[in-house]
Ligand binder design. Structure first.
Ligand code: ZN
Ligand code: ZN
Length: 271
């Protein structure tokens, strides 16, 4: 970290240190995609593995040197914090976008979380994926919300160099909210040609990842060479017994939040 980064961290980190919690990236213990707990030393949790394997492409033609990802879901998923149900980080993710009385304190904390990521770890995505990020898409709500979504306000703290592209909810979505939780690229609408681009898809809360991975598939269908999902909070629900024992084992939410822990690797930044 250079001096300017250190100054920013020492001013801003205390604002979120008692609320946010660094996600753990522990092979065989947490999902290599979404960072929730896994069973039996698996690489991925059940839902991520299902989305991953059901979107495999056995072979793709391309120009020499072109190496398409063999899987069409996102190349990388980066949750910035755990959000345990019943704890403040989780509440923040609900209240910042409350239609009737949005919480400014929640919006401020999520903005600080994003700004600190931007200042300290933007390049880590480029390095790990091996391709510079070119574009930014914001995951649209599938709830039919009208007007500017407050996630747009938080997105202004992401790098200006990422070109904004428009991704919208498709018309005629299924009315059943469970059906909308499927991983389905048809739920999203994009008109841009993204051939060869590396798109960051920005989302607030990861529960199953179905929406975000469905949108990642939409971006792939438009030609995106790489897709990274950046999400503010990975929801953990202790009403699942496996999640409850994981939370106990690591005494989550582990505090204080430490910006020096790279959210891309769970440890030091990629070299
Ligand atoms: Zn997972
Ligand atoms: Zn980093």
């Amino acid at each position: 970290m250079n001096e300017a980064q250190q100054q920013l961290v020492s001013r801003l980190q205390p604002l979120i240190a008692g609320v946010m919690a660094n996600p753990l990236r522990l092979p065989g213990i947490t999902c290599s995609i979404c960072t929730r707990e896994v069973q039996n030393g698996d690489l991925r949790c059940r839902r991520c593995n299902n989305d991953y394997e059901s979107n495999a492409v056995p072979f793709e033609f391309g120009p020499p040197g072109y190496q398409p990802s063999p899987y069409r879901t996102a190349d990388l998923v980066v949750p910035l914090s755990y959000a345990l149900k019943g704890h403040q980080a989780y509440t923040d993710l609900l209240q910042y976008k409350d239609t009737y009385s949005p919480s400014k304190a929640a919006l401020d904390r999520l903005s600080v979380l994003t700004a600190l990521f931007q200042a300290c770890h933007t390049w880590c995505i480029d390095r790990l994926v091996g391709r510079l990020v070119t574009d930014l898409a914001i995951l649209p709500s599938l709830q039919g919300r009208q007007g500017l979504h407050p996630l747009e306000e938080i997105a202004q703290y992401l790098p200006r160099a990422w070109r904004r592209i428009q991704l919208a909810a498709a018309p005629n979505l299924p009315s059943d909210s469970n059906a909308r939780r499927q991983t389905n690229p048809a739920f999203f609408h994009n008109t841009e040609n993204l051939h060869g681009r590396h798109v960051v898809l920005f989302d607030d809360t990861w529960v199953t990842g179905g929406h975000a991975q469905g949108a990642a598939l939409t971006l792939r269908n438009a030609g995106a060479a790489r897709v990274t999902i950046l999400t503010l909070g990975r929801c953990l629900d202790s009403s699942w017994p496996e999640t409850a024992s994981f939370i106990r084992r690591f005494n989550l939410p582990m505090k204080p939040y430490d910006v020096a822990v790279c959210p891309v690797t769970g440890g030091t930044c990629p070299g």
